[in-house]
Design a protein around this ligand. Structure first.
Ligand code: NAD
Length: 346
């Protein structure tokens, strides 16, 4: 039987913990803001060590979704969900149906989608218990996996960043180090290979690195080395917190641009530390908005053409990088100011 416990968290409209002993569900949904529209965000499944750690993650992720929608010009709010568990061993049909019932209990204030550890096929099962879910498979009437759109947006952002920092937007012969070759990293690597980039990759799962080495002639490196590759671009495409006091002094790339959400360990101090090292960071919630845009365009606006929206990501990156240079602020801090203005003006 599903038990839903509300938590009061300053700055958030809704935070609820859902537990169902019969399915082993232990999950949290956070709705940060519905100022611009209903909150839309993915479900992440991860073996968090504690509920506290999961809560911290879902709050940061939900707040980032609000900024992502605002800076991308979408009439959507920000929300996110996390399931505490290992997607490799704990993900069962019963648990996913139970998650569907949990989402349904919010009566549409949170629209679910996929995030790390969740596949479109899993969302088909979640949808057996709620209609408030996007990104189910095409067979089930959804728009399918948004990861390719996410990767296309990152590519557009990388091109804009290369133009800004290196004088030309070409990715041919550029060295790119990708951390995490799951759904986003894999699609991004395919696109970069088509552009003629030279790739280094690392992933927790050795089989994913092997698949990549076979497919694109990329070079696999140990987990601890990927951010230290002397690359044009370091692309974090795994989980958050990779840009921190330990790693920032070790980064040898000119640009950091990747799909992972919440890349800084300390979002107030670390962006300044990276800027001091003359490394250009492209804010994650701008470049990885392609997946959200895919769901918004296909399932909320019911339109087909995504390309103009994706090229807008490049334009937004260009605008933010130029403003941050003028004001001598880290790009993330600049982007936060622009997103806050958009929310205030709404
Ligand atoms: P995924 O689970 O398919 O892939 C993540 C990959 O990273 C996995 O292969 C995993 O083994 C690997 N990984 C985890 N920790 C690692 C580490 N320390 N070092 C190296 N590899 C590691 O997830 P995804 O859908 O590709 O999402 C990746 C990131 O992009 C997440 O932060 C997610 O929130 C963000 N994101 C995804 C989308 C999307 O459309 N899928 C959209 C926006 C943002």
């Amino acid at each position: 039987m599903l038990q839903v416990t509300p938590l009061k968290i300053k700055g958030f409209e809704i935070v609820v913990v859902g537990r169902d002993p019969s399915s082993n569900l232990h999950a949290i949904i956070a709705v940060h803001s519905t100022t611009l529209g209903p909150s839309l965000g993915g479900i992440r499944m991860w073996p968090y060590d504690s509920e506290k750690e999961a809560l911290q993650d879902v709050l940061r992720l939900a707040a980032a979704m609000t900024k992502k929608a605002a800076i991308s010009g979408l009439q959507m709010g920000g929300g996110k969900a996390v399931i505490i568990g290992d997607p490799g061993t704990d993900k069962t049909r019963l648990l996913l149906r139970s998650m569907g019932a949990f989402i349904d209990s919010l009566q549409g204030k949170y629209l679910a989608a996929k995030d790390s550890g969740i596949l479109p096929e899993d969302l088909d099962i979640v949808a057996e218990k709620t209609r408030h879910v996007t990104g189910t498979t095409k067979k089930h009437g959804g728009s399918g996996d948004p990861s390719l759109a996410t990767a296309k947006g990152i590519l557009a952002g990388m091109q804009a960043a290369c133009k800004f920092a290196l004088g030309t937007k070409t990715l041919k012969d550029r060295v790119v180090a990708i951390q995490g070759v799951g759904q986003v990293g894999w699609n991004l690597g395919n696109l970069l290979t088509q552009q003629g980039a030279k790739l280094f990759v690392a992933d927790l799962e050795p089989s994913r690195v092997k698949r990549v080495e076979r497919s694109w002639k990329a070079i696999g490196v140990p987990l601890s080395e990927i951010h230290q590759i002397p690359a044009d671009i370091f692309a974090p495409c795994a989980l958050g917190g990779i840009l921190n006091a330990d790693t920032i002094p070790q980064i040898r790339a000119t640009i950091v641009a990747g799909g992972a959400n919440n890349q800084f360990g300390d979002e107030e101090q670390d962006p300044y530390h990276l800027m001091k090292r003359n490394i250009l960071h492209v804010p994650d919630y701008i470049v990885n908005a392609g997946g959200l845009i895919h769901l918004y365009v296909h399932e909320i606006l019911h339109q087909r053409r995504l390309a103009p929206w994706i090229s807008n990501i490049g334009k937004t990156v260009d605008q933010v990088l130029k403003s941050s240079f003028q004001k001598q602020l880290p790009p993330l801090i600049m982007a936060n100011q622009i997103a806050a203005q958009k929310l205030e003006l709404s």
